[in-house]
Design a protein around this ligand. Structure first.
Ligand code: SAM
Length: 240
């Protein structure tokens, strides 16, 4: 705005996101299992199935963090393929890189902002972003960047928290605003970061809104799958 309020808010968001992920990096994987009751593995498995990634493909994992998706894709693409693990946060990325190496994969890693990807146009067969988009300051810019680096015919998959089926929302609210920060405090000694996570989930666009955002970013044939009654949605769009 004229007074620069927006810029201040944006800077604060970026700082907050950096703090949160530097702070949760060490306990990220165990907290993921606890908080989602192991369901994040099922959601990611579904995304991998839907991705249709095959041997020899080039895959970009945006906001890839501790490399759950990158690991699974590395197994799929084989020696002829390529998987890039990228994230803006050094602490998350280095855990991800260590996990790839520990599992015998020497895949490339890059620390970068999804809003400015260091890759050429028309390069990847598949781009994925799992539980990362809601943390991005300019989601429209990030979506356009992800589309830019896709080859024509390539697909973008966005796995993200979404709007839960209405009758379940009182329980979901109780869970995310009370139980989640409590667990964060007990397990990671960090209630604040988990309170931020719950709030960021609530602020994120719902199924239909994200679908239109992807269409506005130039993706085609956009559709989505609700997972666990809409707690999470997997959106898919193509660059045609
Ligand atoms: N994709 C991983 C997964 O599903 O387990 C990690 C998800 S974690 C909840 C969100 C990740 O998004 C963090 O590692 C964070 O550093 C990253 N992130 C936030 N803003 C980003 C941005 N603008 N560009 C790239 N990564 C970003």
């Amino acid at each position: 705005t004229h007074f620069g309020f927006e810029t201040v808010a944006e800077e604060q968001k970026e700082k907050k996101v950096a703090e949160v992920f530097s702070s949760v990096a060490q306990k990220y994987d165990i907290m993921n299992d606890l908080m989602s009751l192991g369901l994040h593995r099922v959601w990611k498995h579904f995304a991998i199935q839907v991705s249709g990634v095959r041997e020899g493909d080039r895959v970009l994992d945006v906001a890839g963090g501790t490399a759950d998706l990158s690991l699974a894709f590395s197994r799929k693409v084989g020696r002829k393929g390529q998987v890039w693990l990228t994230d803006i946060n050094h602490a998350m990325l280095s855990r991800g890189r260590d996990r790839l190496v520990d599992n015998g994969f020497a895949m490339p890693v890059a620390q970068c902002n999804a809003e400015k990807l260091p890759f050429p146009d028309d390069w990847f067969d598949c781009v994925t972003v799992a539980f990362g988009l809601r943390n991005m300051t300019h989601k429209d810019v990030a979506l356009a960047e992800m589309r830019r680096v896709l080859r024509p015919g390539g697909r973008l998959l966005v796995l993200e928290f979404s709007r839960v089926w209405k009758p379940l929302s009182p329980f979901y609210d109780l869970y995310s605003f009370k139980l989640l920060p409590w667990m964060g405090q007990k397990v990671a000694n960090d209630a604040d970061s988990y309170r931020y996570l719950a709030e960021s989930i609530r602020m994120h666009p719902g199924q239909e809104e994200l679908k239109s955002m992807m269409e506005q970013a130039g993706l085609s044939r956009v559709d989505y799958f609700n997972l666990s009654a809409g707690v999470v949605a997997l959106h898919r769009g193509y660059k045609l």
